[in-house]
Ligand binder design. Structure first.
Ligand code: ADP
Ligand code: MG
Length: 273
């Protein structure tokens, strides 16, 4: 029996979607710095495999996999949109028009209308920023440890809120909004900050920058649904909460899919039939 596999080789993680022996779609991820493990996993499949690739590092992975035949490649954005649409069908989410933000190493923003889609923007603020700034400010290197720790973090000594500035004045906008991410580090210098607080503050930057761009894109295109995907959301409850609450506050509808980071891999797998 041939195992069908879709692989999305990204800047940080290589995501794999495949049909297991019971014909159930299954998932696995590897560090993109360790393509050797991807190769070993592919080779460990007892049966033969049929692979379809996507993602920015697909060519590099192809060279390591040393397949006899040339492996098919799907353009990343097409694979990702197909993966998103498949997941929406599975999870019975209806949306004919939506903004889609893929929060990967960096963040890419798209618009989807029915079956067509276009890239409309992006930002270098993404999952790589979370890991990189997290490392720079706390010395921690493990992603899971960082996001777990950030759940206990308090952003009040890190950020400046609108209500911090407009003390005793009539508020021009919602007081609980962030006026300045990390501005509190210089303006509230009597306060102490833990590693948890710092990482929570970094999550605030990422969530608020990405959500703000998406909300503005949604306004510009007259769209209400915003679908947030990418492995940066994987197990990352705090980031999901930051994005969700801000999106709702701005009267848009935030949507998260179960397999946050796997849309590209699912799209590549579905091409592979
Ligand atoms: P890309 O396609 O660019 O590799 P992903 O959608 O896979 O991007 O998201 C990568 C981000 O996911 C990382 O920058 C990090 O914030 C987060 N992440 C989730 N799980 C892990 C992990 N096990 N190791 C490292 N980063 C992880
Ligand atoms: Mg990616």
């Amino acid at each position: 029996m041939t195992t069908r596999i879709g692989i999305d080789a990204g800047g940080t993680l290589t995501k794999v979607a495949y049909w297991n022996d019971e014909n159930i779609m299954s998932f696995k991820s590897f560090l993109s710095s360790d393509f050797q493990s991807v190769k070993e996993w592919v080779e460990s499949k007892h049966s033969s495999s049929s692979i379809c690739l996507t993602g920015g590092r697909a060519e590099q992975l192809k060279k390591i996999l040393l397949s006899k035949e040339d492996l098919p490649y799907v353009v990343e954005f097409d694979a990702t949109m197909n993966g998103v649409m498949h997941q929406m069908k599975q999870e019975i989410i209806n949306s004919s028009s939506a903004i889609i933000a893929n929060i990967g190493t960096g963040t890419s923003i798209h618009i989807m209308h029915d079956n067509s889609h276009a890239r409309i923007g992006g930002t270098g603020v993404g999952g790589g920023t979370l890991l990189g700034l997290g490392m720079a400010l706390t010395g921690l290197t493990d992603y899971k440890e960082m996001i777990q720790l950030s759940l206990n973090g308090n952003r009040s000594a890190i950020d400046v809120l609108v209500s911090d500035i407009y003390k005793d004045n009539k508020l021009p906008i919602t007081g609980s909004l962030t006026a300045s991410n990390f501005g509190g580090v210089s303006l509230k210098n009597e306060e102490t900050r833990t590693k948890a607080d710092l990482i929570a503050g970094i999550q605030g930057i990422i969530g608020e920058v990405v959500a703000t761009l998406c909300i503005q894109a949604a306004d510009a295109h007259g769209v209400e649904d915003i679908i947030y995907i990418g492995s940066t959301l994987e197990d990352n409850i705090l980031l999901q909460e930051i994005i969700e609450s801000y999106t709702i506050l701005k009267k848009k509808n935030p949507i998260f899919l179960e397999k946050h980071g796997y849309s590209g891999a699912i799209g590549a797998l579905l091409e592979n039939n």
